[in-house]
Ligand binder design. Sequence first.
Ligand SMILES: Cc1ncc(COP(=O)(O)O)c(C=O)c1O
Length: 404
Amino acid sequence: MLRPAWIEVNLSALADNIHNLKSVLSPHQQIIAVIKGDAYGHGALPVWRVALASGAGRLAVALVQEALELRRDGCAAPILILSSPPREAAALLVEQQIESPLTDLEGAKALSQAAQRQGRPALAHLKVDTGLHRLGIRPEEVPPFCEAFREMPGLEITGIFTHFSSAPSDPEATMEEFTQFRQAIGAAEATLGQRIPLRHACNSAAAVRYPEMWLDAVRPGALIYGIPRNRGGLYMPVMRPVLALRARLSVIKEVRAGERIGYDLSYRAPHDGRLGQVPLGYADGWDRRLSNNGYVLIHGQRCPIVGRVCMDTTTVDLTPAPEAQVEDLVTLIGGQGEDQIEVHELAQLCETVHQEFVTRLGPRLPRVYFAEPGDTRVRAALADKEDLLSDAPIRHRASSSQHR
Ligand SMILES: Cc1ncc(COP(=O)(O)O)c(C=O)c1O
């Protein structure tokens, strides 16, 4: 491997997470797998195939270009755009039968005109802004907007959705937003004179906490990637982390007690010891806020990050792993030995959300996709793209050492 730092994506864990999530929903409830941001850094192309094969009925992305990439890759499933698409994309969206969020009159007109020109429906989900104040129609404005939409030929409202402002942190606000959404659904359906087929509100945090809000579909991102794992698991199964970040130690150097190291000399060695270089840095999306802050696993032990994280390398104190040698395995995210570093711990250290942490892991890190031994589902899901799959990494084979 030319780059001794890489991301491992366990597609068996992804398949299990989605399958297990599907099994707690009612048969009519769908999973809309959120795979924007290159499937939260996991890689959208294998992920969409495994997601659909494991129980997701639909996909959601943020950008028109993300949706087009999926269509180009052969994805025929329903795809919803979550952010507001530019007006000039209307013709492409209709041509590719991609679902748009309906948020204003001008956007709706552009879709309707494209639909008429092409003789095909413009598929759209009405977006209701119940509190986030980012995108969508205010609940009280839903009836007049729906009056206008009803008059637009070719516009087909296949769904209605909202996105909660604070599902993980504020139950009261979430309940209030859900109540507003329910009222908006009632008003929209009364004005349009039809039941809107797909009503959805729940991201991961809401899906985990509020089964009464699952409606016709849930719209999880983080949860299907196993971040967080939902260990409490009240209404949802426990999830497995899908992504691991690993590298091989590239350099080991001696350091003497009292010496200061790294840019700005921000760390002073408390005793004689050994420092290891882990060959990845902030140009790979490894957060610089982990400077003198985080840790990595070597020989199953937590080795602290010392000094500033650099663009291409990160220095660690090897005191907890005295036997470490150049080329030994370093786990930055994921399990090694008895221990496991989870994305949410790192995100907390960086005072950010786990979604930011994984979506920033950059394209310089090769993605290694694998299925666990004996798992035929993933191979079947990737039937036309089997070349994307690597052998299961050494750690997933029964008899091998954990470290080398
Ligand atoms: C509209 C919308 N729905 C669903 C999601 C998925 O969120 P999560 O990763 O918290 O499940 C997102 C992500 O930001 C979103 O913007």
